[in-house]
Ligand binder design. Structure first.
Ligand code: NAP
Ligand code: ZN
Ligand code: ZN
Length: 321
């Protein structure tokens, strides 16, 4: 089905890939995997959608649909290789995919999400990556009401993590290297804020959290954060920085667990969108024209984004000045 794109969020993964920080980037590249738009045309076999529907496309556009992961609804872990929305290949293994910094995209109906009525569309776009990437580990690792949750890094993912943890009834604390984000953290729903630049922060808050969601995009010391977990606590990495060293003692002490999580499957993404509609949750966004994308990348790298840039795709149609 053909989708006219209205908004596309700017994920830090777009920057990592556009700048080839993970290696193997495919150029030319059209980034963007937080896509919201309107159905413009339907292929003959499309059954579930009608023209004019408001829809979303997230981080992948196809998978094998047969393997254990796919049948379990974990298409992002497809054993035969998921087709990422951009910087990947279609199932034929040779046609490069192109993402949402674009006026239109064609996607198989099974990989399209329904945007619930009532959600503001620019704010809904980041749910397609930042939303599901934080919702999925919170649910998978069973975060529940009353749990003490630390969210490390208050950026696109982090601010969604705070909102979602709060909606699940957990007590969220933001751990940030930007002391100026304290008020925002509390406004977003956190109960507490820890400035990680404070030399005493890591002793003062030792063994405090049941669960830590680490969204930091730059290299940092995992051991320091693991020490903030209580006995049997779990820290989940979703940020993808350069590698750093892990000490076994950080895990052995307190029988702690360190895990990772990658976006989420189609079923769970729809569940997250419906959960957000029910709880009135969207991303805090700064809408920009495409002409400001370079500046948006630079500001994101300086942690100067409140809290997600979203491209108004109408700006792509504007004549060049
Ligand atoms: P973002 O908006 O740039 O947020 C990252 C946050 O990390 C910043 O706001 C900042 O928070 C913190 N940070 C940045 N530089 C730091 C430094 N030098 N030291 C300590 N903290 C620093 O990025 P995002 O879009 O949320 O993405 C975060 C990471 O998740 C990226 O690596 C991205 O590729 C990855 N990601 C993973 C998945 C997945 O499925 N696993 C999905 C999407 C994105 P403070 O200012 O509060 O410290
Ligand atoms: Zn992303
Ligand atoms: Zn599969």
């Amino acid at each position: 089905m053909l989708i006219d794109i209205l908004f596309c969020g700017v994920c830090h993964s777009d920057i990592h890939q556009a700048r080839n920080e993970w290696g193997g980037s495919i150029f030319p590249m059209v980034p963007g995997h937080e896509i919201v738009g309107t159905v413009a045309a339907l292929g003959e076999q499309v059954r579930r959608w009608t023209c004019g529907d408001t829809v979303g496309v997230g981080c992948f556009v196809d998978s094998c649909r047969r393997c254990d992961a796919c049948t379990a609804g974990d298409e992002q872990h497809c054993e035969n290789g998921v087709a990422y929305t951009y910087n990947g290949y279609e199932r034929d293994g040779k046609t490069p995919t192109s993402g949402g910094y674009s006026t239109r995209i064609t996607v198989d109906e099974e990989f399209v999400l329904r945007i619930p009525k009532g959600l503001p569309l620019a704010g809904a776009a980041p749910l397609l990556c930042a939303g599901i990437t934080t919702y999925s580990p919170l649910r998978h690792f069973g975060v529940k009401a009353g749990d003490r949750v630390g969210v490390v890094g208050l950026g696109g993912l982090g601010h969604m993590g705070v909102k979602l943890a709060k909606a699940l009834g957990a007590k969220a604390t933001v751990l940030s290297h930007s002391a100026a984000k304290r008020d925002d953290a509390l406004r977003l729903g956190a109960e507490d804020f820890v400035a990680t630049g404070d030399p005493e922060a890591f002793t003062k808050h030792a063994a405090r959290f049941d669960f830590i969601l680490d969204t930091v995009s730059a290299r940092h010391d995992y051991n320091a954060y693991l020490n903030l977990l209580r006995r049997n606590g779990t820290m989940v990495l979703v940020g993808v920085p350069e590698p750093s060293q892990l000490s076994a003692i950080s895990l052995i002490t307190g029988r702690r667990r360190l895990a990772g999580s990658n976006i989420g499957g189609i079923r769970e993404t729809q569940e997250m969108l419906d959960f957000c509609a029910e709880h009135g949750i969207v991303s805090d966004v700064e809408v920009i024209p495409i002409q400001k994308i370079g500046e948006a990348y630079d500001r994101t790298l300086r942690s100067d984004v409140r809290y997600r840039f979203v491209i108004d795709i109408a700006s792509l149609e504007e004549p060049r000045s």
